[in-house]
Design a binder for this molecule. Sequence first.
Ligand code: ADP
Length: 634
Amino acid sequence: MKCDPNLYRGAPPSFAVKPRLLRNLLLPLLIILLTIGLGYAGYRISEHFGIRTLNESGERQLELHARTVESELSKYTYLPSLLELESSVSQLLADPTAQNRVTVNQYLEGLNRRSRSRAIYVLDTTGRVVATSNWRDTDSYLGEDLSFRAYFQDAVRGQPGRFYGIGSTTGEPGYYLAHGLEEQGKIIGVAVIKVRLEALEERWQRARLEAYVSDENGIIILSSDPSRRLKSVRPLTAEIKERLARSLQYYWWPLIELQPLASEQLGEGVEKVTYAANPGVETDNKEVSYLAQTRRLNDTPWDITLLTPLQDLRREAANQGMLVAVAFALLAFLLIAWNERRKVIATRLAAREALQAANSQLERKITERTAHLRASNERLKDQIRERRQAEDTLRLAQDELVQAGKLAAVGQMSTSIAHELNQPLAALRTLSGNTVRFLERGDLKVAADNLNTINNLVDRMGRITANLRSFARRGEDHGHASLSKAIEAVLQLLASQLETSGAHLQRDLSDAELKIDQTRLEQILVNLISNALDAMQGQSTPPQLWLEGEHYEGKYRLRVRDNGPGINPENRKHLFEPFFTTKPGEQGLGLGLTLSASLAAAAGGSLSVEFPQAGGVAFVLLLPLVQPAKAEPI
Ligand code: ADP
């Protein structure tokens, strides 16, 4: 199949290479980028949905724990106001005698024990502690001036005093609830209860919950993680710092800001925060991310924040992202493999189509070629038929020529034949006349001798004419000839010529049965011998003629050699051409050698010429044997 060269002519080679190179370089890069991109997207989406789920479950948990904290706080809300009902308290405030103080102290001590609070105490309107549940302790609040405390200042104004702070006496943190004790619409003192909320923290720790409660100043007052306790969740202004220092709410605590490494607001009260890992906690990561959900605690200015670690979620999201990336990479690989396979199949299909096209083209060509061959076969058959006809015509013409040649030879020989016959005829005339006279004389013996001689002469004449007749007769391609008989007949035919030339004949041959018509063999020999005699005519050296025969490679080779003048090189080329003759006038027709050669060839033999060193010419006649027989010398 031929490719269309125009398809590739448009672009120079450098441009033709580039797109493939670019594709080979860009495709893997693109796949890598897409894998990373999709992996990251998978990670983000998984994280997003994970956070949403966490948020939902976190909200429920936050609600649960907020309620717990609220109920824990509300347990003590009404306790300070109960002291209003206690007459000993109002008596003490009205009349702070030692007796009254002991009574109230004991009452408070008992109340404190039952309520499991940290301390319960009563202040007068100046802020001095007049009775306390811990009156027996060495670090008792008794007599202490707590007028600087915000809860006192609120309560003395008739507002509920809520306060988380560190005790100025014990240095112990606690939740202070204060209530202004009224009598006849007038504040006569303040009742305070201090509660420890560590139980909540312990409960969170047991539940492995991360949570904290921050107060109105943004200071973490309760935390599952002790390291976060008393740190501020938002920056404190200088004014707030000063106020806090004055009220000694957190004693002299430094109030460091809990600064997240990163934070992201996800919604109302929902934030994603990252803190540096707690040095005390053993973890692989240097930072820890949380989902921080914050809610206001009812009846307080406090917020509870639930921290849900995002570590597991992140790990899960990373796995999901990885899964997406791997799935995409696999898909890309499969697509590439599928594409490559598609290309291979397309190439195979194209190759198959090309093969089919080539096949059908080949078949078409074969059909065309077969048709041509058939046509040329027909033409060849016609030609063969024509050649056969021509051969037949030629053979006919050849036969005619042979016949003509023979007749020509007969014509040539007629003079010598006439001479040959004239002699015995003259002798016959003389002998017959003499015989008549001898008979008349009665000389019977001489007459009988004459008649015998006449008989012999008639025989000789008969033989001459018989030879002539047989020579002139048409022959066949495939006959049998006796070499000895042929030589005898020819020598008789040419006897007078031999005698005239005075040539010396030497025979060195054996008899053989040859595969050639008898008359044709004789005709060849007549031609060769008479040519030799003609050539040697009138030469000074005594003419010699050799007839040499031998078996040669399953055939018989007869050499007719003379010591004549030979043939000059120019004439040698034309020897076997028809009508080539050097003989003058009507002596030569130029058909002898041509006919002889064609007769030999027709019999399956050949006629060739040699030029011996010694001079003269030797014609070599090679003829097939009837059967290779041991021949007798002739
Ligand atoms: P023709 O005898 O009629 O000339 P041939 O074909 O027999 O025709 O011979 C052709 C010629 O070959 C002769 O004319 C003669 O010149 C030459 N030739 C043939 N035989 C001999 C020979 N033995 N020696 C010399 N020349 C020869």
